[in-house]
Design a protein around this ligand. Structure first.
Ligand code: PXG
Length: 292
């Protein structure tokens, strides 16, 4: 059976799942999105993802054409139709089709797209051996411009950073703000651990309030680790005992080298390992059960 894709209340085969070239998400990146995991038929933290989606939409003054319970059902139905037990959901709210001009008020009807598919995971060796990062020249957009707390369809800044990392042989890029503070990676939040204390950049620096980040903070608290959200620089990365990233695709993944400097002893650390294990235990129980 071909993939069934939800567009504005109807389901289409992959070949026929199309939106207008006049859609402003295509013309201008005018829209918001979410990337969500499904584990054993459980949509991980669906409510939190949807809340972030509505917040992103509110920031760009885009009215999501469905209520939260309707959108929940659209997501669940898309997962069921495709018989996904473990996979990945891409939810997009676009400004909709309009004219060849910026004006969003000339786009009468926002569109809702839900794709539920399988997911390609990072190779196991990344988890076993850790990631190597490089700091890239492309800085974060200033929060006074497009606040990167918004998960908008305009990811060019991060894409440029990703290309720069790739050109240096790395899978992820460390991104700084214009003051040199560490913010996050192109699709992952970052944590440093020093003497058993965790730190992650605050969202007011323009770090996405990652759903995985939130979950890891909760787990760390439960395990008795102190966690603070405060600005830090590359100094604190090089000085850390452990560094790890969090994100929907990666879950939690150790970092062992940044800018050719080994982190700690150059191997994935024990606290990172403990948090990853605990995170994996709750993925299939912490969310919306689609087949219940
Ligand atoms: N920072 C940025 C900039 C992100 O885009 C995260 C952090 C992690 O947030 P979550 O909520 O996932 O823990 C993200 C998430 C994709 C894709 O298809 C990107 C993300 C998530 C899922 C898929 O590229 N980014």
């Amino acid at each position: 059976m071909s993939l069934q894709i939800y567009i504005d209340g109807l389901f289409y085969d992959r070949e026929n799942a199309k939106v207008s070239v006049f859609d402003h998400a295509f013309l201008y990146g005018d829209g918001v999105f979410e990337g969500i995991r499904v584990y054993e038929g459980c949509v991980f933290r669906l409510r939190e993802h949807l809340e972030r989606l509505y917040s992103s939409a509110r920031y760009i003054m885009l009215t999501v054409p469905l209520e939260m319970d309707e959108l929940t059902e659209a997501v669940a139905e898309t997962v069921r139709r495709n018989e996904i037990r473990n996979g990945y959901i891409r939810l997009v709210i676009s400004r909709g089709a309009g004219t060849l001009g910026l004006s969003p008020w000339l786009c009468p009807q926002p569109s809702v797209v839900v794709i539920a598919d399988s997911i390609t995971l990072y190779p196991k060796e990344y988890y076993d051996n850790g990631l190597v990062l490089v700091t890239v020249p492309t800085m974060r957009n200033r929060v006074e411009s497009l606040n990167a707390r918004v998960k908008s369809c305009n990811y060019l800044n991060n894409i440029l950073a990703k290309i720069e990392a790739h050109n240096s042989g790395c899978v992820e890029a460390l991104m700084l703000d214009h003051n040199g503070f560490v913010v996050e990676c192109t699709g992952d939040n970052i944590f440093v651990i020093k003497k058993g204390k965790l730190r992650t950049p605050p969202s007011y620096l323009g770090a996405l309030e990652g759903i995985t980040r939130d979950c890891i903070i909760e787990i760390a608290h439960e395990k008795g680790y102190a966690v603070s959200e405060e600005p830090f620089t590359r100094y604190d990365i090089f000085d850390a005992d452990e560094v790890f990233l969090t994100g929907t695709a990666a879950e939690a993944i150790p970092v062992v080298e940044v800018d050719k400097r080994p982190i700690g002893n150059g191997k994935p650390g024990p606290i990172t390992h403990e948090l990853i294990e605990a995170f994996r235990k709750r993925t299939a129980v912490d969310g919306y059960q689609v087949y219940a």
